[in-house]
Design a protein around this ligand. Sequence first.
Ligand code: HEM
Length: 149
Amino acid sequence: MSSLFGTRAPLLADLVLVAEAVIAALLVYAFARIRRGDVNLHRRLMTLATLIQIGAVIGLMIPASMASRSLYLAPNIANFVRTYLPLHMLIGVLLLGLALFLVLVMANYPKPRRWRPIRFKLLMQVLLVTWLLTLAGGTLFSYFLKYVL
Ligand code: HEM
């Protein structure tokens, strides 16, 4: 075990938190840019956030979960985490699918209109809120319960 933050977490789990902090900053900044009408920078930031998120899931989250298997957890916490994680993974997969779809749709913005969903701005708002909630949920219900409490 080795931890950047002085917790019981394996290094990989700490690196997840670092990656998620970078992603949160990118999401908030991308939102601020689009409010100012800077579509190009917004698109680049969202593409970067999506790629880092996919990398973090494959390269860090899943290996971190395996690295922490031998960790002792109180039965009630172990049960909670066991119930929460599949939900986290399902929402995460849907979220990344939507993020990839929007990144591809926006790649040629403002043309062609053919593949752009009618309510694409609403979809982006849903994506932003769900992404931040998934991030907060992972930090609280996975990292905090397993490695801090
Ligand atoms: C946008 C999507 C996602 C966000 C924002 C997110 C965020 C987080 C955060 C903050 C943690 C806590 C850090 C940790 O415990 O290591 C975590 C843990 C975890 N996530 Fe995600 N996640 C997302 C998608 C996914 C997906 C798609 C999967 C798998 C299919 C996944 C699997 C896991 C697993 C297994 C853990 C526990 C790691 C551990 O045991 O330490 N996540 N996630």
